[in-house]
Design a protein around this ligand. Sequence first.
Ligand code: HEC
Ligand code: HEC
Length: 365
Amino acid sequence: MMIKIKYVNLKRITILLWLSLLIVSCKKEPLVEEELPLPSFVKLAVPSNLPTAPEDPDNPLSKEGIELGRRLFYDTRLSASNRISCASCHHQELAFTDGVALNDKGESRKVLHRHSPALFNLAWANKGLFWDGGSTNLESQAFAPITSPDEMHQDLLIMESELKQIPDYVQRFKLVFQDEIKSKYVAKALAQFQRSLISANSKYDKYIRKEDNIQLSTLELQGLSLVEKKCKGCHSGELFTDYAYHNNGLDSMFSDEHEGIYQGRYRVTFNPLDLGKFKTPSLRNVALTAPYMHDGRFNTLNEVLNHYMNHVKVSVSTDQLMYQNNGEAGIPMSIQEKEAIIAFLNTLSDFDFINNKSISNPHNK
Ligand code: HEC
Ligand code: HEC
Protein backbone atom coordinates (compact mmCIF):
# COMPACT_ATOMS: atom_id res chain seq x y z
CA MET A 1 0.00 0.00 0.00
CA MET A 2 2.60 2.46 1.15
CA ILE A 3 4.79 1.82 -1.80
CA LYS A 4 1.89 2.27 -4.11
CA ILE A 5 0.99 5.62 -2.61
CA LYS A 6 4.54 6.74 -2.83
CA TYR A 7 4.66 5.70 -6.42
CA VAL A 8 1.49 7.66 -7.26
CA ASN A 9 2.79 10.72 -5.43
CA LEU A 10 6.08 10.53 -7.21
CA LYS A 11 4.33 10.22 -10.54
CA ARG A 12 2.20 13.24 -9.70
CA ILE A 13 5.20 15.24 -8.71
CA THR A 14 6.98 14.36 -11.93
CA ILE A 15 3.92 15.39 -13.97
CA LEU A 16 3.70 18.62 -12.01
CA LEU A 17 7.36 19.26 -12.59
CA TRP A 18 6.99 18.66 -16.29
CA LEU A 19 3.96 20.88 -16.44
CA SER A 20 5.62 23.72 -14.59
CA LEU A 21 8.68 23.42 -16.81
CA LEU A 22 6.39 23.58 -19.82
CA ILE A 23 4.60 26.65 -18.47
CA VAL A 24 7.86 28.35 -17.62
CA SER A 25 9.30 27.67 -21.02
CA CYS A 26 6.11 28.81 -22.79
CA LYS A 27 5.98 31.98 -20.77
CA LYS A 28 9.60 32.80 -21.11
CA GLU A 29 9.73 33.55 -24.78
CA PRO A 30 7.02 36.23 -25.07
CA LEU A 31 8.24 37.74 -21.81
CA VAL A 32 11.67 38.20 -23.28
CA GLU A 33 10.39 39.56 -26.58
CA GLU A 34 7.70 41.78 -25.11
CA GLU A 35 9.49 44.68 -23.55
CA LEU A 36 6.55 47.03 -24.07
CA PRO A 37 4.77 47.93 -20.84
CA LEU A 38 0.99 47.67 -20.97
CA PRO A 39 -1.34 50.58 -20.25
CA SER A 40 -3.38 50.46 -17.04
CA PHE A 41 -6.78 49.21 -18.10
CA VAL A 42 -9.69 50.75 -16.22
CA LYS A 43 -13.45 50.42 -15.86
CA LEU A 44 -15.60 53.53 -16.04
CA ALA A 45 -16.48 54.75 -12.57
CA VAL A 46 -20.25 54.92 -12.93
CA PRO A 47 -22.24 56.82 -10.29
CA SER A 48 -24.70 54.54 -8.44
CA ASN A 49 -27.84 56.10 -9.93
CA LEU A 50 -26.77 55.45 -13.55
CA PRO A 51 -27.08 52.10 -15.34
CA THR A 52 -23.87 50.19 -16.17
CA ALA A 53 -22.17 51.55 -19.28
CA PRO A 54 -21.79 49.33 -22.33
CA GLU A 55 -18.13 48.77 -23.27
CA ASP A 56 -16.45 48.39 -26.64
CA PRO A 57 -14.42 45.16 -26.47
CA ASP A 58 -12.28 46.38 -29.40
CA ASN A 59 -11.26 49.53 -27.55
CA PRO A 60 -10.61 48.67 -23.89
CA LEU A 61 -10.34 51.79 -21.78
CA SER A 62 -7.04 52.62 -20.15
CA LYS A 63 -5.91 55.51 -17.99
CA GLU A 64 -3.30 56.40 -20.60
CA GLY A 65 -5.74 55.99 -23.50
CA ILE A 66 -8.20 58.42 -21.93
CA GLU A 67 -5.40 60.93 -21.32
CA LEU A 68 -4.16 60.55 -24.90
CA GLY A 69 -7.68 61.15 -26.16
CA ARG A 70 -7.92 64.25 -24.02
CA ARG A 71 -4.69 65.61 -25.51
CA LEU A 72 -5.94 64.95 -29.04
CA PHE A 73 -9.37 66.46 -28.32
CA TYR A 74 -7.71 69.77 -27.50
CA ASP A 75 -5.02 69.58 -30.23
CA THR A 76 -5.37 71.89 -33.24
CA ARG A 77 -3.00 69.62 -35.23
CA LEU A 78 -6.07 67.54 -36.00
CA SER A 79 -7.23 70.22 -38.46
CA ALA A 80 -5.77 71.19 -41.84
CA SER A 81 -4.83 74.74 -40.82
CA ASN A 82 -3.77 73.68 -37.31
CA ARG A 83 -6.26 76.26 -36.07
CA ILE A 84 -9.17 74.14 -34.97
CA SER A 85 -9.53 71.41 -32.38
CA CYS A 86 -12.56 69.40 -31.34
CA ALA A 87 -12.83 71.85 -28.45
CA SER A 88 -13.30 74.77 -30.87
CA CYS A 89 -16.92 73.61 -31.21
CA HIS A 90 -17.26 71.65 -27.97
CA HIS A 91 -16.46 73.86 -24.94
CA GLN A 92 -16.16 72.25 -21.52
CA GLU A 93 -17.75 75.21 -19.70
CA LEU A 94 -20.89 74.63 -21.81
CA ALA A 95 -20.95 70.85 -21.22
CA PHE A 96 -19.06 70.58 -24.54
CA THR A 97 -21.50 72.39 -26.78
CA ASP A 98 -20.69 75.85 -28.20
CA GLY A 99 -23.41 78.34 -27.26
CA VAL A 100 -24.41 79.29 -30.82
CA ALA A 101 -27.22 77.92 -32.96
CA LEU A 102 -25.09 77.06 -35.99
CA ASN A 103 -21.39 77.74 -35.90
CA ASP A 104 -18.93 78.84 -38.57
CA LYS A 105 -15.75 77.83 -36.75
CA GLY A 106 -14.84 75.14 -39.30
CA GLU A 107 -12.05 75.30 -41.88
CA SER A 108 -14.36 76.55 -44.65
CA ARG A 109 -15.88 79.14 -42.28
CA LYS A 110 -19.23 78.10 -43.70
CA VAL A 111 -22.20 78.04 -41.35
CA LEU A 112 -22.88 74.40 -40.39
CA HIS A 113 -26.40 73.04 -40.85
CA ARG A 114 -26.59 71.40 -37.43
CA HIS A 115 -26.16 72.64 -33.89
CA SER A 116 -23.15 71.25 -31.98
CA PRO A 117 -24.53 68.82 -29.40
CA ALA A 118 -23.25 68.65 -25.83
CA LEU A 119 -20.84 65.76 -25.21
CA PHE A 120 -21.35 63.72 -22.04
CA ASN A 121 -22.67 60.28 -21.07
CA LEU A 122 -21.90 59.15 -24.63
CA ALA A 123 -20.79 55.74 -23.34
CA TRP A 124 -24.52 54.91 -23.14
CA ALA A 125 -25.43 56.31 -26.58
CA ASN A 126 -25.48 52.97 -28.33
CA LYS A 127 -28.23 53.69 -30.86
CA GLY A 128 -26.02 55.90 -33.01
CA LEU A 129 -24.41 59.34 -32.89
CA PHE A 130 -25.19 62.70 -34.52
CA TRP A 131 -28.67 64.17 -34.48
CA ASP A 132 -29.82 61.54 -36.98
CA GLY A 133 -27.66 58.60 -35.90
CA GLY A 134 -25.57 58.90 -39.07
CA SER A 135 -22.52 57.62 -37.18
CA THR A 136 -22.67 54.19 -35.56
CA ASN A 137 -20.18 54.54 -32.72
CA LEU A 138 -17.59 56.71 -31.04
CA GLU A 139 -14.77 54.58 -32.41
CA SER A 140 -15.54 55.75 -35.96
CA GLN A 141 -17.31 59.05 -35.30
CA ALA A 142 -14.19 61.22 -35.10
CA PHE A 143 -13.32 60.60 -38.76
CA ALA A 144 -16.37 62.69 -39.72
CA PRO A 145 -15.32 66.03 -38.14
CA ILE A 146 -11.62 65.44 -38.86
CA THR A 147 -12.14 64.96 -42.60
CA SER A 148 -15.24 67.12 -43.24
CA PRO A 149 -14.33 70.17 -45.39
CA ASP A 150 -16.63 72.35 -43.28
CA GLU A 151 -15.13 71.16 -39.99
CA MET A 152 -11.43 70.18 -39.72
CA HIS A 153 -10.76 69.29 -43.39
CA GLN A 154 -7.74 67.21 -42.47
CA ASP A 155 -5.93 64.67 -44.63
CA LEU A 156 -5.51 61.59 -42.44
CA LEU A 157 -1.99 60.83 -43.72
CA ILE A 158 -0.85 64.39 -43.09
CA MET A 159 -2.36 64.19 -39.61
CA GLU A 160 -0.46 60.96 -38.91
CA SER A 161 2.83 62.44 -40.07
CA GLU A 162 2.33 65.64 -38.08
CA LEU A 163 1.63 63.68 -34.91
CA LYS A 164 4.62 61.40 -35.53
CA GLN A 165 6.89 64.43 -35.27
CA ILE A 166 5.98 64.80 -31.60
CA PRO A 167 8.02 62.30 -29.53
CA ASP A 168 5.56 62.56 -26.64
CA TYR A 169 2.73 61.37 -28.91
CA VAL A 170 4.89 58.58 -30.38
CA GLN A 171 5.47 57.25 -26.86
CA ARG A 172 1.89 57.63 -25.76
CA PHE A 173 0.44 55.81 -28.81
CA LYS A 174 3.03 53.04 -28.37
CA LEU A 175 2.00 52.50 -24.76
CA VAL A 176 -1.76 52.67 -25.35
CA PHE A 177 -2.02 50.78 -28.66
CA GLN A 178 1.33 48.93 -28.72
CA ASP A 179 1.88 50.31 -32.21
CA GLU A 180 2.93 53.35 -34.18
CA ILE A 181 0.62 56.33 -34.72
CA LYS A 182 -2.30 55.58 -37.05
CA SER A 183 -5.45 57.57 -37.62
CA LYS A 184 -7.62 54.68 -36.39
CA TYR A 185 -5.90 54.98 -33.02
CA VAL A 186 -6.53 58.74 -33.01
CA ALA A 187 -10.24 57.93 -33.33
CA LYS A 188 -10.04 55.23 -30.65
CA ALA A 189 -8.22 57.47 -28.18
CA LEU A 190 -10.77 60.25 -28.77
CA ALA A 191 -13.48 57.66 -28.15
CA GLN A 192 -11.86 56.65 -24.85
CA PHE A 193 -11.73 60.25 -23.68
CA GLN A 194 -15.33 60.84 -24.68
CA ARG A 195 -16.53 57.64 -23.00
CA SER A 196 -14.96 58.97 -19.81
CA LEU A 197 -17.03 62.18 -19.95
CA ILE A 198 -19.61 61.16 -17.37
CA SER A 199 -21.84 63.87 -15.97
CA ALA A 200 -23.96 62.92 -12.96
CA ASN A 201 -23.03 65.22 -10.11
CA SER A 202 -25.79 67.78 -10.25
CA LYS A 203 -27.94 68.93 -7.34
CA TYR A 204 -30.56 66.43 -8.55
CA ASP A 205 -28.01 63.56 -8.44
CA LYS A 206 -26.91 64.45 -4.93
CA TYR A 207 -30.57 64.55 -3.87
CA ILE A 208 -31.28 61.15 -5.47
CA ARG A 209 -28.14 59.58 -3.97
CA LYS A 210 -28.88 61.22 -0.59
CA GLU A 211 -25.49 62.96 -0.56
CA ASP A 212 -24.52 66.02 1.48
CA ASN A 213 -28.08 66.36 2.82
CA ILE A 214 -29.14 68.00 -0.44
CA GLN A 215 -32.88 68.63 -0.74
CA LEU A 216 -34.95 69.85 -3.67
CA SER A 217 -37.35 72.75 -3.06
CA THR A 218 -41.12 72.25 -3.31
CA LEU A 219 -41.09 73.95 -6.73
CA GLU A 220 -38.21 71.75 -7.98
CA LEU A 221 -39.96 68.60 -6.72
CA GLN A 222 -43.15 69.64 -8.49
CA GLY A 223 -41.06 70.13 -11.65
CA LEU A 224 -39.55 66.65 -11.24
CA SER A 225 -42.94 65.01 -11.06
CA LEU A 226 -44.21 67.01 -14.07
CA VAL A 227 -41.14 65.96 -16.10
CA GLU A 228 -41.78 62.35 -15.09
CA LYS A 229 -45.37 62.62 -16.33
CA LYS A 230 -44.96 64.70 -19.47
CA CYS A 231 -41.40 64.29 -20.73
CA LYS A 232 -39.88 61.03 -19.56
CA GLY A 233 -41.49 59.03 -22.38
CA CYS A 234 -38.45 60.18 -24.39
CA HIS A 235 -36.14 61.97 -21.94
CA SER A 236 -36.21 58.75 -19.96
CA GLY A 237 -34.45 57.19 -17.00
CA GLU A 238 -31.55 58.63 -15.06
CA LEU A 239 -29.75 59.60 -18.27
CA PHE A 240 -32.82 61.73 -19.16
CA THR A 241 -32.77 60.40 -22.71
CA ASP A 242 -33.63 57.16 -24.48
CA TYR A 243 -30.98 57.96 -27.14
CA ALA A 244 -33.69 57.07 -29.68
CA TYR A 245 -35.18 59.09 -32.53
CA HIS A 246 -38.47 60.98 -32.27
CA ASN A 247 -40.30 63.73 -34.08
CA ASN A 248 -41.25 66.23 -31.37
CA GLY A 249 -43.26 68.35 -33.77
CA LEU A 250 -40.80 71.12 -34.65
CA ASP A 251 -41.66 71.01 -38.36
CA SER A 252 -44.14 69.41 -40.69
CA MET A 253 -42.20 69.90 -43.93
CA PHE A 254 -38.83 68.20 -44.35
CA SER A 255 -36.87 69.60 -47.26
CA ASP A 256 -34.26 67.44 -48.94
CA GLU A 257 -31.76 70.33 -49.26
CA HIS A 258 -28.18 69.84 -48.06
CA GLU A 259 -28.16 66.08 -48.48
CA GLY A 260 -31.40 65.67 -46.59
CA ILE A 261 -30.02 67.13 -43.41
CA TYR A 262 -33.47 68.48 -42.38
CA GLN A 263 -35.08 65.09 -42.85
CA GLY A 264 -33.64 63.68 -39.64
CA ARG A 265 -33.45 59.94 -39.16
CA TYR A 266 -34.98 59.39 -42.63
CA ARG A 267 -31.63 60.40 -44.08
CA VAL A 268 -30.17 57.20 -42.61
CA THR A 269 -33.08 54.73 -42.88
CA PHE A 270 -35.10 56.07 -45.87
CA ASN A 271 -38.22 55.09 -43.93
CA PRO A 272 -40.89 57.81 -44.45
CA LEU A 273 -42.00 57.29 -40.85
CA ASP A 274 -38.57 58.56 -39.77
CA LEU A 275 -38.95 61.96 -41.44
CA GLY A 276 -38.16 64.71 -38.95
CA LYS A 277 -37.04 62.34 -36.20
CA PHE A 278 -33.94 63.42 -34.27
CA LYS A 279 -32.01 61.86 -31.40
CA THR A 280 -33.46 62.81 -28.01
CA PRO A 281 -30.90 65.01 -26.24
CA SER A 282 -30.42 64.51 -22.51
CA LEU A 283 -32.10 67.01 -20.19
CA ARG A 284 -28.97 66.92 -18.04
CA ASN A 285 -27.03 70.21 -18.15
CA VAL A 286 -29.76 71.66 -20.34
CA ALA A 287 -29.68 75.00 -18.49
CA LEU A 288 -26.06 75.32 -19.69
CA THR A 289 -26.50 74.27 -23.31
CA ALA A 290 -28.70 76.87 -25.03
CA PRO A 291 -29.62 77.33 -27.82
CA TYR A 292 -31.74 74.23 -28.31
CA MET A 293 -32.73 71.58 -30.88
CA HIS A 294 -30.81 70.21 -33.89
CA ASP A 295 -30.67 73.65 -35.48
CA GLY A 296 -30.49 75.70 -32.28
CA ARG A 297 -33.78 77.43 -33.10
CA PHE A 298 -34.85 78.15 -29.49
CA ASN A 299 -32.80 80.45 -27.27
CA THR A 300 -34.36 79.71 -23.90
CA LEU A 301 -36.00 76.86 -22.01
CA ASN A 302 -39.13 78.99 -21.87
CA GLU A 303 -39.23 78.98 -25.69
CA VAL A 304 -38.77 75.20 -25.69
CA LEU A 305 -41.71 74.75 -23.32
CA ASN A 306 -43.85 77.17 -25.35
CA HIS A 307 -43.14 74.97 -28.36
CA TYR A 308 -44.33 71.84 -26.52
CA MET A 309 -47.42 73.71 -25.23
CA ASN A 310 -48.66 75.58 -28.26
CA HIS A 311 -46.66 74.99 -31.42
CA VAL A 312 -46.32 71.23 -31.95
CA LYS A 313 -46.70 70.65 -35.70
CA VAL A 314 -48.49 67.63 -36.97
CA SER A 315 -47.18 65.27 -39.66
CA VAL A 316 -47.29 61.53 -40.24
CA SER A 317 -44.23 60.95 -38.04
CA THR A 318 -45.14 63.25 -35.11
CA ASP A 319 -44.69 61.18 -31.94
CA GLN A 320 -47.80 59.91 -30.14
CA LEU A 321 -46.46 61.48 -26.92
CA MET A 322 -46.86 64.90 -28.55
CA TYR A 323 -50.66 64.53 -28.33
CA GLN A 324 -51.09 65.01 -24.59
CA ASN A 325 -53.78 67.67 -25.03
CA ASN A 326 -56.82 65.32 -24.90
CA GLY A 327 -55.63 63.78 -28.13
CA GLU A 328 -54.80 67.14 -29.73
CA ALA A 329 -51.23 68.20 -30.52
CA GLY A 330 -49.28 69.70 -27.63
CA ILE A 331 -48.29 69.09 -24.02
CA PRO A 332 -50.48 71.22 -21.76
CA MET A 333 -48.79 73.17 -18.92
CA SER A 334 -49.93 76.10 -16.83
CA ILE A 335 -47.61 79.09 -16.42
CA GLN A 336 -46.90 77.93 -12.87
CA GLU A 337 -46.11 74.37 -14.09
CA LYS A 338 -43.73 75.77 -16.69
CA GLU A 339 -41.92 77.62 -13.93
CA ALA A 340 -41.66 74.41 -11.89
CA ILE A 341 -40.29 72.44 -14.84
CA ILE A 342 -37.63 75.08 -15.51
CA ALA A 343 -36.72 75.15 -11.81
CA PHE A 344 -36.26 71.37 -11.92
CA LEU A 345 -34.25 71.47 -15.17
CA ASN A 346 -31.86 73.87 -13.43
CA THR A 347 -31.13 71.22 -10.78
CA LEU A 348 -29.65 69.04 -13.56
CA SER A 349 -26.63 71.33 -14.09
CA ASP A 350 -23.40 69.56 -13.17
CA PHE A 351 -20.92 72.26 -12.16
CA ASP A 352 -18.33 69.68 -11.06
CA PHE A 353 -18.32 68.38 -14.63
CA ILE A 354 -17.83 71.72 -16.36
CA ASN A 355 -15.10 72.71 -13.89
CA ASN A 356 -13.33 69.35 -13.74
CA LYS A 357 -9.63 70.01 -14.42
CA SER A 358 -8.93 66.41 -15.43
CA ILE A 359 -11.00 66.86 -18.61
CA SER A 360 -9.90 70.42 -19.40
CA ASN A 361 -7.33 71.57 -21.97
CA PRO A 362 -4.01 69.95 -21.00
CA HIS A 363 -2.00 72.12 -23.42
CA ASN A 364 -2.87 75.36 -21.58
CA LYS A 365 -0.75 74.61 -18.56
C1 HEC B 1 -16.64 72.97 -36.64
C2 HEC B 1 -17.30 72.51 -35.43
C3 HEC B 1 -17.00 71.12 -34.92
C4 HEC B 1 -15.78 70.54 -34.71
C5 HEC B 1 -14.40 71.09 -35.02
C6 HEC B 1 -16.04 69.25 -34.13
N1 HEC B 1 -17.38 69.07 -33.96
FE1 HEC B 1 -18.28 67.49 -33.08
N2 HEC B 1 -20.06 68.14 -33.73
C7 HEC B 1 -20.29 69.34 -34.38
C8 HEC B 1 -21.65 69.35 -34.90
C9 HEC B 1 -22.30 70.49 -35.66
C10 HEC B 1 -22.22 68.11 -34.56
C11 HEC B 1 -23.61 67.62 -34.93
C12 HEC B 1 -23.52 66.98 -36.31
C13 HEC B 1 -24.77 66.24 -36.72
O1 HEC B 1 -25.51 65.80 -35.87
O2 HEC B 1 -24.98 66.08 -37.92
C14 HEC B 1 -21.20 67.38 -33.82
C15 HEC B 1 -21.40 66.13 -33.26
C16 HEC B 1 -20.46 65.44 -32.52
C17 HEC B 1 -20.69 64.18 -31.82
C18 HEC B 1 -22.01 63.43 -31.73
C19 HEC B 1 -22.65 63.60 -30.38
C20 HEC B 1 -23.99 62.96 -30.26
O3 HEC B 1 -24.59 63.08 -29.18
O4 HEC B 1 -24.49 62.35 -31.20
C21 HEC B 1 -19.51 63.83 -31.24
C22 HEC B 1 -19.24 62.60 -30.39
C23 HEC B 1 -18.54 64.84 -31.60
N3 HEC B 1 -19.16 65.81 -32.35
C24 HEC B 1 -17.20 64.80 -31.26
C25 HEC B 1 -16.24 65.60 -31.90
C26 HEC B 1 -14.82 65.31 -31.89
C27 HEC B 1 -14.16 64.13 -31.19
C28 HEC B 1 -14.23 66.29 -32.62
C29 HEC B 1 -12.76 66.44 -32.97
C30 HEC B 1 -12.16 65.33 -33.70
C31 HEC B 1 -15.28 67.18 -33.07
N4 HEC B 1 -16.49 66.72 -32.61
C32 HEC B 1 -15.06 68.34 -33.80
C33 HEC B 1 -19.38 70.36 -34.53
C34 HEC B 1 -18.01 70.18 -34.46
C1 HEC C 1 -41.75 62.33 -28.14
C2 HEC C 1 -40.55 62.38 -27.35
C3 HEC C 1 -40.32 63.63 -26.51
C4 HEC C 1 -41.10 64.12 -25.47
C5 HEC C 1 -42.38 63.54 -24.89
C6 HEC C 1 -40.42 65.31 -25.02
N1 HEC C 1 -39.28 65.53 -25.75
FE1 HEC C 1 -37.96 67.03 -25.51
N2 HEC C 1 -36.97 66.43 -27.17
C7 HEC C 1 -37.26 65.32 -27.92
C8 HEC C 1 -36.43 65.30 -29.09
C9 HEC C 1 -36.43 64.22 -30.17
C10 HEC C 1 -35.65 66.46 -29.05
C11 HEC C 1 -34.66 66.94 -30.12
C12 HEC C 1 -35.45 67.42 -31.32
C13 HEC C 1 -34.66 68.10 -32.38
O1 HEC C 1 -33.63 68.69 -32.10
O2 HEC C 1 -35.08 68.05 -33.54
C14 HEC C 1 -36.01 67.14 -27.82
C15 HEC C 1 -35.42 68.32 -27.38
C16 HEC C 1 -35.67 68.90 -26.15
C17 HEC C 1 -34.90 69.97 -25.59
C18 HEC C 1 -33.68 70.62 -26.22
C19 HEC C 1 -32.42 69.98 -25.72
C20 HEC C 1 -31.20 70.37 -26.47
O3 HEC C 1 -30.11 70.09 -25.96
O4 HEC C 1 -31.28 70.95 -27.56
C21 HEC C 1 -35.44 70.25 -24.36
C22 HEC C 1 -34.97 71.28 -23.38
C23 HEC C 1 -36.55 69.35 -24.18
N3 HEC C 1 -36.67 68.54 -25.28
C24 HEC C 1 -37.36 69.34 -23.07
C25 HEC C 1 -38.51 68.56 -22.96
C26 HEC C 1 -39.45 68.69 -21.89
C27 HEC C 1 -39.32 69.62 -20.71
C28 HEC C 1 -40.46 67.80 -22.17
C29 HEC C 1 -41.73 67.60 -21.39
C30 HEC C 1 -42.53 68.78 -21.20
C31 HEC C 1 -40.11 67.11 -23.40
N4 HEC C 1 -38.92 67.61 -23.86
C32 HEC C 1 -40.85 66.11 -23.97
C33 HEC C 1 -38.19 64.36 -27.60
C34 HEC C 1 -39.20 64.52 -26.67
